[in-house]
Write a protein that binds this ligand. Structure first.
Ligand code: ME8
Length: 657
């Protein structure tokens, strides 16, 4: 039976659309899952969304929809989470939403188990809470009084709550971190031990009563389960733990690796193992904390407004080029500075130049000199050159070097190995000068065929190793070389496995070169258009360019007025008749065409602004002495009007200037 491999991404928090930072982790997980499948493993790749918590409740309220409607739109809606993973060719086997019924009831059982075994108890929570991170902190954990994870303001929190006995597991967790390779990269171990365990691991508050958007504690329904207990457990509920929806918990648990961003390593390497210990379950084999993609030196995040939209990049440069760039450029455990220039440069250097040239030159020459089919005997050569052995040597050593990097989650190193070989192969073209050999086919035809065989074989083996990174493009590469399914497997990545006489056909250029200046300008335009499209559909009157001189402006007399009475005007469906206190002691009558937007009775008593020195005007036989000021704009094609209303504490007659 094949070896199993269970790999997960964090489940994303759908409070906003996902950005390139989220895409980075999911693509990395996908590459690893595809690599393991290539190696013959029985892979379970899980991703999903973490949909509870106060932030979602607040955001939904702001948007005027229910929390479930809010998350449904971001997860399932157009250009939402699921659409993005489809676009990015993510091969997850399962997708969990923490609002799924089976997960909800499993969490209630998990919570109850930890309560019944004495690891959860009731107390009073006093401390600080960071709403965006959904994290509780003690005073001593704050950095400059702010959340140590995100640097934002924290709030005082005091409420009756359930606590999890995290302190009980401190020793075992410290041992796990320090004496095993559970957590990688190693630098993160010191951070966890020194910052969280050594200062004293406190019990964790695991329920909330101040909001309702969460999974209710079934034996105390005023409480909802803390969102991290709910979220972390997804890794087991999605396999069927404590539910009947799935039944492969025994098969896949423990996870082989959880890929997570560095700011959530604490949850995965301290809280999660402690929960599993409490439940008596085996621990995941590894947690790998990757770095952040930074923009201008800071973490990309929606709340900072500095996010890069993966849709735009993928649509403009291609999904595979984007997938490749993310893993080629940024070492997986470290932070990396994202930039559009770097993206274009990487596509041009590695894909258009190195890989693209190798493939297009080799297939073009096979077509030109041999009509697309190399002759029999091309696999061997009567008079080999020293550079033949050099090339076949590096290609033969490549799969092992690549695998050793992949097995330690150093995807960038694996790519580095492949590209060193691609560069060597391009040099081999120059060393052999096939165009010179082709001048005398009778004398050199066999040698030329051997050179091209070596090059096609190199391209094919590199294609096998690049296929987890760029599945679609490598499929096209194999098609051009004429390599069928059996020549796309890991076992076929042995130099010389390719039979002679395959039909080679130079196809489309897989990675066209991008003009840097043009590419950047197009990206900027696409980003600006996307930003504009994301704005509410609002239009305003254009601003006037003609100046009005100051003295003329000062002649306009704007006053605060109070509405004493407001009535509809007979036979008019536009006009309202206002009786106003303008501070002079004499009532002022103004007619205003705002009946479409306001009911007369709702305006009585309001404090408004009027210009009072316009000449009197007659409308529907009634005199109007002035005009009320309003703000007007168009939203989704509909005109909107808002009367300017002031604080009722301002007296009638006050002048505006
Ligand atoms: O943390 N660069 O969800 P999330 C790299 N729901 N990675 C980044 C990034 C960036 N600029 N920005 C975000 C959560 N990420 C929880 C997880 S798991 C049981 C619950 C990564 O949507 C981040 O580090 O806020 C994290 O690993 C992932 O995106 C999800 O972040």
């Amino acid at each position: 039976m094949s070896e199993k491999f269970y790999i997960t991404t964090p489940i994303y928090y759908p409070s906003d659309k996902l950005h390139i930072g989220h895409t980075y982790c999911t693509v990395a997980t996908d590459v690893m899952a595809r690599y393991k499948r290539l190696r013959g493993c029985d892979v379970m790749f899980l991703t999903g969304t973490d949909e509870h918590g106060q932030k979602i409740e607040d955001k939904a309220k702001e948007a005027g929809v229910s929390p479930k409607e809010f998350v449904d739109n971001i997860v399932e809606g157009p250009r939402g989470v699921k659409d993005l993973w489809k676009l990015m060719n993510i091969s997850n086997d399962r997708f969990i939403r923490t609002t799924d019924d089976y997960h909800v009831s499993a969490i209630q059982k998990i919570f109850r188990k930890m309560y019944e075994n004495g690891d959860i108890y009731k107390g009073v929570y006093k401390g600080k809470y960071c709403k965006p991170c959904e994290s509780f902190w003690t005073e001593s954990q704050l950095v400059d009084g702010k959340c140590p994870d995100c640097g934002r303001e924290v709030q005082d929190a005091e409420e009756e709550a359930y606590f999890f006995r995290l302190s009980k597991y401190a020793g075992r967790i410290q041992d796990l971190l320090e004496n095993t390779d559970f957590l990688e990269p190693r630098s993160r171990v010191h951070e966890m031990v020194n910052n969280f365990i050594k200062p004293g691991l406190e019990d964790l508050c695991v329920s909330r009563t101040s909001f309702t958007w969460g999974i209710p504690v079934d034996f105390d329904p005023g409480h909802v389960v803390y969102v991290w207990v709910d979220a972390l457990s997804n890794y087991i509920t999605a396999l069927g733990f404590d539910n009947d929806r799935y039944d492969d918990f025994e098969k896949y648990w423990p996870a082989d690796v959880h890929f997570v961003g560095k700011e959530i390593v604490r949850f995965h390497s301290i809280i999660w193992p402690a929960m599993l210990m409490s439940l008596g379950l085996p621990l995941p084999k590894k947690v790998f904390g990757h770095g952040w993609l930074l923009l201008d030196g800071g973490k990309m995040s929606k709340s900072k407004g500095n996010v890069v939209d993966p849709y735009i990049l993928a649509e403009m440069f291609g999904v595979d080029a984007l997938r490749f760039f993310l893993l080629r450029t940024f070492p997986f455990g470290s932070d990396g500075n994202f930039s559009n220039e770097l993206l274009i440069q990487t596509i041009n250097t590695d894909l258009a130049n190195d890989l693209g040239n190798l493939l297009s030159r080799t297939t073009a020459m096979t077509e030109k000199y041999f009509g697309g089919r190399l002759p029999d005997g091309c696999r061997s050569c009567a008079a080999p050159e020293s550079f033949d052995a050099e090339l076949t040597g590096v290609v033969s050593a490549l799969p092992e070097r690549y695998a050793s990097a992949m097995e330690s989650y150093a995807m960038h190193k694996a790519l580095d190995e492949v590209f060193k070989v691609i560069q060597r192969a391009n040099k081999y073209i120059d060393e052999n000068a096939p165009w010179a050999l082709a001048k005398d086919m009778e004398a050199n035809g066999a040698r030329l065929a051997h050179v091209l065989y070596n090059l096609l074989e190199t391209a094919r083996i590199c294609g096998v190793l690049l296929s987890p990174f760029m599945p679609e493009s490598c499929g096209k590469l194999f098609d051009q070389i004429g390599a069928g399914d059996s020549l796309r497997t890991w076992d076929s990545a042995v130099f010389g496995s390719m039979p002679e006489g395959l039909k080679v056909s130079k196809g489309e250029n897989l990675f066209p070169r991008i003009d840097m200046e043009k590419g950047l300008a197009e990206l900027e335009a696409a980003e600006a258009a996307a930003k504009k499209a994301a704005l509410p559909d609002v239009e305003f009157e254009p601003q006037l360019t003609e100046n009005v001189d100051f003295d003329t402006f000062c002649k306009s007399d704007f006053r605060v007025v109070k509405v004493k009475d407001c009535q509809p005007v007979k036979k008019s469906n536009k006009l309202l008749r206002f009786t106003l206190d303008d501070g002079t002691g004499t009532d002022r009558q103004i007619l205003s065409g705002i009946a479409m937007w306001y009911k007369p009775e709702e305006l009585i008593g309001k404090t408004l602004v009027a210009i009072v020195n316009l000449p009197a005007r007659k409308m529907m036989g009634l005199e109007s002495n002035g005009m009320l000021l309003s703000a007007i704009h168009t939203e989704k094609g509909e005109e909107k009007l808002n009367l300017i209303m002031l604080s009722d504490s301002i007296p009638a007659g006050a002048k505006l200037c």
